[in-house]
Design a protein around this ligand. Structure first.
Ligand SMILES: NC(=O)c1ccc[n+]([C@@H]2O[C@H](COP(=O)([O-])OP(=O)(O)OC[C@H]3O[C@@H](n4cnc5c(N)ncnc54)[C@H](OP(=O)(O)O)[C@@H]3O)[C@@H](O)[C@H]2O)c1
Length: 162
């Protein structure tokens, strides 16, 4: 299983990540991070759950950690980031030194050598990851996605462009 950390785990998008990863055949959520307001609390106690499905049992007892790589001390392979943009700008680069960072925030969209990817449309953009790692001296890397309205629009335009 790929071990997953979620940054911004208590927020709206973080909750959606947790919902989508519940019972996933390939991914297991092992670490949850948020602000110092939430850190140190059980996820269930730290979070006002907004989604229509129940909070997954598997995350309720995870203790929320601070959002920095040193606090995410259990073995995590990839972090999904749903941090506020201004905070993501700094923190995602710190995580990318060691982790794969897949970000829903806008902070690193349109930056040199950071793929802005819709897998069904431009998966070849992932080829720039090698250059990103070399340029920054990172073992990990950052991949971003566009905002939600752009993703939907682009998916429908792609077959027409082709
Ligand atoms: N790509 C897309 O399709 C898409 C769609 C929607 C949103 N987004 C982006 O996703 C991000 C999150 O949006 P949201 O609606 O989920 O926001 P939200 O509900 O306000 O959640 C923010 C999350 O970030 C944490 N946080 C806030 N300040 C922090 C800090 N200083 N240090 C560490 N953690 C902090 C919060 O933790 P606490 O609960 O502890 O405060 C919470 O977990 C934004 O950047 C937004 O633009 C992307």
């Amino acid at each position: 299983m790929v071990k997953v950390g979620v940054l911004g785990a208590t927020g709206m998008v973080g909750q959606r990540f947790i919902q989508l990863l519940d019972n996933h055949p390939d991914f297991e959520v092992t670490a949850l991070a948020a602000s110092s307001r939430s850190a140190g609390k059980r996820y269930e106690d730290a979070t006002t759950w907004y989604l229509d499905s129940e909070m997954p049992e598997s995350v309720k007892d995870i203790v929320v950690c601070e959002t920095n790589p040193d606090d995410m001390d259990n073995d995590v392979d990839i972090v999904f980031s749903s941090l506020p943009t201004e905070f993501a700008a700094k923190v995602e680069k710190e995580f990318a030194q060691d982790y794969v960072v897949a970000s829903n925030a806008s902070a690193h969209r349109m930056k040199k050598n950071i793929p802005l990817v819709i897998p069904e449309v431009n998966p070849e953009y992932l080829d720039m990851i090698d250059a990103q790692q070399k340029e920054n001296g990172w073992d990990g890397f950052i991949v971003t996605n566009p905002n939600c309205s752009t993703i939907a629009l682009t998916l429908t335009l792609k077959p027409i462009v082709d």
